[in-house]
Design a protein around this ligand. Structure first.
Ligand code: M6R
Length: 629
């Protein structure tokens, strides 16, 4: 989950590294650092806390660090050892310095061996140990490239490492084995390394996604890629990126999260156009791609994911079962893996991960494929690791999502699952063509409905603002509210879970999501006037039952925020705060209402987080892609 940068060329290395690390902070941000080669010597500046601390160290430095044209950098999400300056990367061992992303699993073994040989690590990290291995190999006469290759085979676990040495200034060596590493040729000469393609976009749109077991050897003169085991050169094609620099900037929004919430209509349009053949003779014709046949032959589906992607999977189950009558089970990837599940013949497994890098989800897919179980992926990031671990991947087209809280990728995942449901319903003839035509027409309307709700002066947005303002007094934002419940039935239940996760994630409020019918089986004991209950009750077949549950909540004195149809006066009268859905949503099939509810729960959390003054885009303790189990 950490972010790595590397550069060698003719530009000012600290500038390149620090700008790049800023774009990688979503991967971890508890400490950071850079190592530069200056006058053939290593200069390291690192600090706990945010990247600004390192920027300041570099600015204030009398040594004119800006002159350096070769260096590596890192932004950390702590696994081994606390987020302190000591544990921050880069780690220097003698003349060797490195940055690392991932985990060295045989860390204790290596540490014990090193200590018996008289080495004393300075940090608590697994990463630092790699430097000792490289140092030992170089002291035995190996050059840096050989020493890195030899050391890499001694470690176990998925990781990427980038290394330099004072003995070979101007050489940067990076290895990918699991955790992503991308390289690119700088059009002005030189080579760039990064944990993902975003920091490379200001320089070039042509990048090389290293494969597992690739060693990239870079100097200001050029780049070679070698095979880790044999040392032989390997050819890797550059990929031309579709994402532009503008897409990764905030475009005037105060936070990426708000920008990304507003990008949801566009994300849906692009995802729809990417996955569906709009010229096809029938509704829900999936555009030809390898995964379609695997999906078509499925007799049963298992959906696996983590976090928000798991909530998308839960919703997918509703559509797939009710439209296509195909049995679906949904599991958390981290649980499924270790519980010896029974998988019947004909089952297709779908791993859902917006980043395509989530360790738990990838590990399950890898294991299942070994057992010859067909595996599909849904991801927003082309060429991410999931493309290796699944037989085929369906890509959402939400564009880069930089805020740690998933928003536009979530609705794009929902749309993908809904399209699968429509496609399978047609193939399995469980819905008539006219029904599917009508549903598809409504799907096409969705971006407009969401855009209507997101208009800055819409009733929905105004009521969300008013509600959060009332519950979050400026001077005492924590007063009077002990916690939040989100509740909903049917399609609204996964959105309730998602609403609670969003609020925890970015506003640090205690929040739980419940199926409305479950409240009386325990959680209702928590309710009193200091609890807020967000009731998701759009006009669907569950509306009446949810209304009754709302009455039960009110009777316990909790504050109620109701979210429902703009004309649902019966419901709005019962609520302390009322958030109407956009009027256009009355014209679409109720099965599609989760798409309209999603921006409501996202904005509620966003506004609350802003009022509480949290770091919305980089909430504490989290990282955007969770590449450790
Ligand atoms: O990249 P993935 O979709 O696999 O990520 C899974 C979760 O880590 C992710 O959804 C997480 O819960 C988000 N921060 C939620 O906003």
């Amino acid at each position: 989950m950490c972010g790595i940068m590397g550069y060698v060329g003719s530009r000012s290395a600290p500038r390149v590294l620090l700008d790049g690390l800023k774009r990688l902070e979503y991967r971890g941000y508890d400490s950071s650092g850079i190592a530069l080669v200056l006058d053939r010597k290593l200069e390291i500046r690192k600090s706990e806390g945010r990247l600004e601390n390192v920027e300041k160290l570099v600015q204030d430095d009398p040594k004119k660090l800006q002159k350096s044209t070769c260096g590596i950098g890192h932004t950390r999400w702590a696994t081994h050892g606390k987020p302190t300056t000591q544990n921050a990367h880069p780690h220097q061992t003698g003349h060797v310095v490195l940055v690392h992303n991932g985990i060295i699993e045989n860390y204790s073994e290596i540490k014990n061996d090193l200590m018996t040989r008289g080495h004393l690590p300075k940090s608590e990290t697994d990463s630092e140990l790699f430097g000792f291995l490289v140092l030992e190999a170089m002291e035995e006469g190996r050059d840096l490239v050989h020493a890195v290759r030899e050391s890499f085979v001694k470690i176990r676990g998925q990781c990427s490492i980038v290394v330099m040495s004072e003995k070979e200034p101007g050489l940067v060596v990076g290895v990918r084995n699991g955790s992503p590493l991308v390289v690119a040729l700088d059009p002005e000469g030189g080579t760039l390394f990064a944990s993902d393609s975003q920091p490379l976009l200001p320089f070039t749109q042509d990048v090389i996604f290293l494969e597992h077991g690739d060693v990239a050897v870079a100097t200001a003169q050029g780049l070679k890629i070698l095979d880790l085991d044999t040392g032989n050169p390997v050819q890797r094609e550059a990929t031309h990126l579709e994402w532009s620099l503008e897409q990764i900037d905030k475009s005037g929004f105060p936070h990426y999260m708000l920008k990304e919430i507003h990008e949801q209509p566009g994300a849906l349009i692009d995802t729809l156009n990417g996955l569906v053949d709009r010229n096809g003779p029938e509704p829900f014709t999936l555009a030809a791609q390898p995964g379609v046949d695997i999906l078509k032959d499925a007799k049963e589906l298992v959906l696996l994911a983590c976090g928000t992607s798991w909530h998308a999977a839960l919703l997918g189950k509703y559509w797939l079962e009710s439209w296509a009558k195909i049995p679906v089970s949904v599991d958390l990837a981290s649980e499924f893996r270790y519980r010896n599940p029974v998988i019947r013949p004909g089952t297709v497994v779908i791993g859902i991960s917006q980043s395509g890098e989530t360790a738990d989800t990838l590990a399950v897919l890898r294991e299942l494929r070994v057992k010859k179980i067909p595996c599909l992926g849904i991801s927003n990031v082309r060429r991410s690791s999931i493309s290796r671990d699944a037989d085929a991947v369906f890509y959402t087209s939400a564009g880069p999502e930089i805020g740690v809280a998933a928003t536009k990728t979530f609705v794009s995942q929902l749309l993908t699952l809904l399209l699968f449901a429509g496609y399978l319903a047609r193939e399995r003839k469980t819905r008539s063509t006219s029904e599917l035509n009508r549903l598809f027409e409504d799907v096409v309307k969705l971006p407009h409905v969401i855009a209507e709700g997101l208009e800055p002066d819409s009733e929905m947005v105004r009521r969300i603002d008013a509600t959060v303002n009332a519950l979050t007094p400026k001077s005492t934002p924590m007063s009077g509210v002990r916690g939040f419940f989100f509740m909903g039935r049917g399609h609204s239940f996964p959105i309730a879970l998602e609403g609670a996760l969003k609020l925890k994630e970015i506003a640090y409020d205690h929040a739980e999501g419940y199926a409305a019918g479950e409240l009386k089986h325990g959680p209702i004991a928590m309710l009193d006037s200091e609890m807020v209950v967000v009731v998701l009750a759009p006009k669907d077949s569950w509306r009446e039952k949810t209304g009754s549950n709302l009455e039960e909540v009110k009777a316990r004195g909790a504050k109620v925020i109701g979210v429902g149809d703009a004309d649902d006066h019966q419901l709005s009268r019962l609520c302390d705060y009322w958030i109407p859905l956009p009027r256009e949503s009355q014209k679409i099939d109720p099965d599609l209402l989760p798409f309209v509810l999603s921006p409501v729960v996202q904005l509620l959390s966003y506004r609350r987080a802003v009022l509480k003054g949290t770091d919305v885009d980089k909430p504490r303790n989290l990282a955007k892609s969770v590449t450790v189990e």
